[in-house]
Ligand binder design. Structure first.
Ligand SMILES: [Zn+2]
Length: 134
């Protein structure tokens, strides 16, 4: 655990998302009008502009849409972590997330590969959703 790295700061929109990560559950906002799931958390549906929604757990399964291997140019607090894989992941339920691929060598990551979420606790309140090969 590297405690020097900057941590996410949950706000009014994202608090429930981060509580879910802490409980090892990936939660998305689901629009009450058009039922679109959205990520990142925000107060209004990007499809129909409704401000009515509920939180829904999702499977945490998805596929790599695209990725890059980060080898340099990072903040000092991330230097010990390179190389790492930063990826866009399309969840089975639709939303696209930015996250890391862990649990395999960077060279093993491929576009389209099946992945599933796992959670890494950084401190007592923040757990980050990462993805690993399924
Ligand atoms: Zn909507």
């Amino acid at each position: 655990m590297n405690t020097k790295r900057p941590l996410p700061r949950p706000d009014e929109d994202s608090e429930v998302f981060w509580e879910g990560c802490r409980a090892e559950e990936l939660r998305m906002q689901e629009c009450s009008e058009c039922h679109t799931l959205r990520f990142r958390p925000r107060p209004v549906c990007p499809e129909c502009l409704s401000d009515q929604f509920k939180w829904t757990p999702v499977s945490g399964k998805g596929r790599v849409y695209t990725f890059g291997v980060v080898r340099s140019g990072v903040l000092p607090s991330f230097r010990e972590e390179v190389p790492y894989v930063l990826a866009l992941i399309d969840l089975e339920e639709g939303p696209r997330m930015t996250s890391r691929i862990v649990g395999c060598e960077p060279e093993a990551v491929e576009i389209g590969m099946s992945v599933r979420v796992l959670f890494e606790a950084l401190d007592d309140t923040i757990s980050l959703p990462y993805f690993c090969p399924q």
